[in-house]
Ligand binder design. Sequence first.
Ligand SMILES: [Zn+2]
Length: 105
Amino acid sequence: MRALLDLARDYEINVSVVHSGHPYFVFGTHRVSDHTRGRAFDVWAINGQPIVSRATPHKLVDGFMRDAVDAGAYNVGGPRLLPGGSFFSDASHHDHTHIAFDSDS
Ligand SMILES: [Zn+2]
């Protein structure tokens, strides 16, 4: 939550999912999702610009993903795979970013 507030200083963030409304397991796996543990949130729009929109600059989304790692996220997913070990990208993350933390603190 602190990281979300950190990011909210620089961005207007539209959060779609925190804890509820997300599958218990990571999609297509039997790993318990970080959402289930209350340690992740999904963002569908940044500064009023939907991530899925072609009009949304890649720079905005990629910069937000990097800033999420700077704010303490250990696992950040989105429409493009960014360099660095903390990022992932897959078909289910073309329309939102997934920001996850490895502890509750
Ligand atoms: Zn997610």
